[in-house]
Design a protein around this ligand. Sequence first.
Ligand code: SF4
Length: 305
Amino acid sequence: MKHLFGPVPSRRLGFSLGIDVIPAKTCTLDCVYCQLGPTPELTLERKPYVSAGTIIAEVTELLQNNPRIDFLTFSGSGEPTLNYDLGKMICGLKKITSIPIAVITNGSLLYQKEARQDLMKADVVLPSLDAVSGEIFQAVNRPHPDLNAERMIEGLRKFSLEYPGKIWLEVMLVKGINDSKAELGKIRAIIKSLRVNKIQLNTVVRPPAEEGFFPLTQLELEAAAEIIGLDCEIIAEFTGGKTTGILQGNEELILETLKRRPLTLKDIAAITGLNLDETVKIISLLLVKKKVREKRTGNRKYYSV
Ligand code: SF4
């Protein structure tokens, strides 16, 4: 099951089974806060990186264990809409399960009609909008040279009018880069022109691969939420309880998950169903074997591959 990871505890989606349809790391952007490291090659070209048949077979096999999963979520090693079989995958999964399907996308390809159409059958789409001013978009998202803020916003606008499902828009704030009052005011104005069901403020909680980028404090996030208004919410801590333990004792699946998402000990305990002591033992062993590394952000320690 090379393309599945988790279920990971997601602050927005509960227990989310990650479906990764893009080779690491292929993206349209090179965000300063990315947990996966720099984008070696920026691209806007959609390709059949992984086939719909492969993904449907992997999910079918995994569901036989009947794990607790709240969402099947396309995300992982890059931008999922770069896979041009995405629409077929979503339709195929709908035939084998009633678990809702989410797509976490940076939204940058929504200016392309085919990318918008591929998302039509998803239950929830979670696009991002971190900046609307050209220079701030460049500073935070470092896009492919043929992308700019206007093109991205236009795609998002068209999508929000055509798509019948739920749109949860994320704004990721990085201290000193896209959190000025002026930029937050402009983001508010653009969001007002879109049809979105939720606006979710996030900050660099998980350790970015590059040094020198910092999260906003809780108070700063609250002040930003005041400026954006529109009932935007600050994404809360994960409080979804424990999974049925699909990852328990499965070192390979734990490593596949940590490859795509740095997690705290508490997160790992939640997805494995192990208690904290057992989790500490497993992670200590993986640290000794140099299979995982530890990184501190604020007062939290994260483990990644
Ligand atoms: S869009 Fe996502 S995967 Fe791509 S660079 Fe930004 S954070 Fe990383």
